[in-house]
Ligand binder design. Sequence first.
Ligand code: ARG
Length: 264
Amino acid sequence: MLTFLMCRPRYYRVAYEINPWMKVRHPVERDQAAAQWEVLYKTLRGLPGVKVKLIPHARGWPDMVFTANGGLVFDRSVVIPNFRYPQRQGEARHFGAWFGKKGYRLIRIPSRFQFEGEGDALKLGDTWFFGYHFRSDISSHQWLSEKLKARVLSLELVDKRFYHLDTCFLPLSDSSCLYYPKAFDPYARKLIERYVPNPVAVGLRDALKFVCNAIAVGKRLVVHKGVSRPLRRTLEKMGFRFIELELGEFLKAGGSAKCLVLRL
Ligand code: ARG
């Protein structure tokens, strides 16, 4: 069973600018955002083997809908994030309270480290791939690898449009991933190509539609609409099927499908 945590967008809006996608002058259409989110929620709940849990949206923290940053969950434990920007820091308390109530073991990362949860930490096979630079710090990785008791590879992000790892890297199976190479520094690119047997590179056009921010459920990829034909064909040959949804209201804050869920 795959269980995701989501947050219904009650107070979601673009109230500040902490990534290049966010423009206060491009306000969110509240009703449309709500409707797009409901379709994603229903789609996921309709997939066999998927469960979705909800955390209530706390007022004053508009980006809390992006639950991928709300923690990093492993074996009934959760690492509570330390957000880089004050505009999101208060979310940590709400996620911590929710996980505490549900009986998870809470792991607090020392305040000197910045870490934004699963948005910057994705597992492929036995290896955790961690992103750093714009949000999470590389110095948090060593500390986390001891907690996770697993191999952690640190990938430096270099394009501010792809500021979280989950905007440019998506594990597809134990041996393959989607990634947008230019979002990474050359050494990080080398690590991906060395440790992932079949990495599938995507071009800028697909990357900007957040294709790497799909939610992979087995061979299904739930994604914002607009996947290019060539990429679609490549992935269909690998046995994948796209479920394309309209998530444009969330792109306005720099997020898409995967940012809206946290794996429990
Ligand atoms: N506006 C949010 C931020 O800049 C979007 C977060 C997207 N989340 C993600 N996992 N990529 O923090």
